[in-house]
Design a protein around this ligand. Sequence first.
Ligand code: GDP
Length: 296
Amino acid sequence: MFESLSDRLGGVFDRLRGRGALNEADVRAAMREVRIALLEADVALPVARDFIDKVTEKAVGQQVLKSVTPGQQVVKIVNDALVDMLGADESELNVDVTPPAVVMMVGLQGSGKTTTTAKIAKRLSEKNRKKVMMASLDVNRPAAQEQLAVLGTQTGVATLPIVAGQQPVDIARRAMQAAKLQGYDVLLLDTAGRLHVDQALMDEMKAVAEVSTPAEILLVVDALTGQDAVNVAQSFAGQVDLTGVVLTRMDGDARGGAALSMRAVTGKPIKFAGVGEGMDKLEGFHPDRVAGRILG
Ligand code: GDP
């Protein structure tokens, strides 16, 4: 991920730094190249445009052009703008509320929602020392509930017993009651996915949120789907009160545009990155480190 973007930008900035003195036309020419590199990396068009406008405005300032190392200054401005575009560092979850803190997981089928639910449960239980329970509300996909139970056994995290035929909102109610009675700190709700964003899905999300009043609603999206991931996130953000995004398959060779556009398009922070199938393959998302990786 980000390799080709990083290579492209590296080339542009090496040339810029190599020139010594710079004038406004040099900066604008370099920014045109940066813009193309961002678009080729699948960054959403309005996001790329906004980014270039901001960077250009700062970089053509006289202070920058007159400095001893103008090329270096421009790279610094790009770095800061990238960190800004990726959002603040917010990879911790807000689970220190009156228990049970509900973390509701939403997303399309195949995005990695169930896997991510179990990864987060494991992390909260091991790293944050919380007493965690998971419940699957996915009555659409065959064996989804069993899949979560298996992951629960694998990670040592409790799962709500399955009652055949129960509907999502009723499962959510039962899970809340069980979590309260049994003294769980955190309850993760793995909601049903769909193949596409549709109204029935959104209505179900809202009904589940109403009975469980989540402290976090995390949208799981597949980074490999690029612009589609961004569109899906935009639709969800318009309908449910998301608190954050988890990008899965960041270990794949996605071009990175989804990661770069997500914050700007949804207004929500990327909280975690899935970097593999294993239960430990979940990382906090740190904008400064990502920017550092992109700019080498
Ligand atoms: P769901 O339908 O959204 O619940 O998707 P699943 O959790 O069942 O995941 C679908 C597939 O993607 C499974 O084979 C997972 O192991 C895999 N997967 C999930 N997250 C990641 C990730 O971050 N990296 C990789 N490489 N695979 C993942």
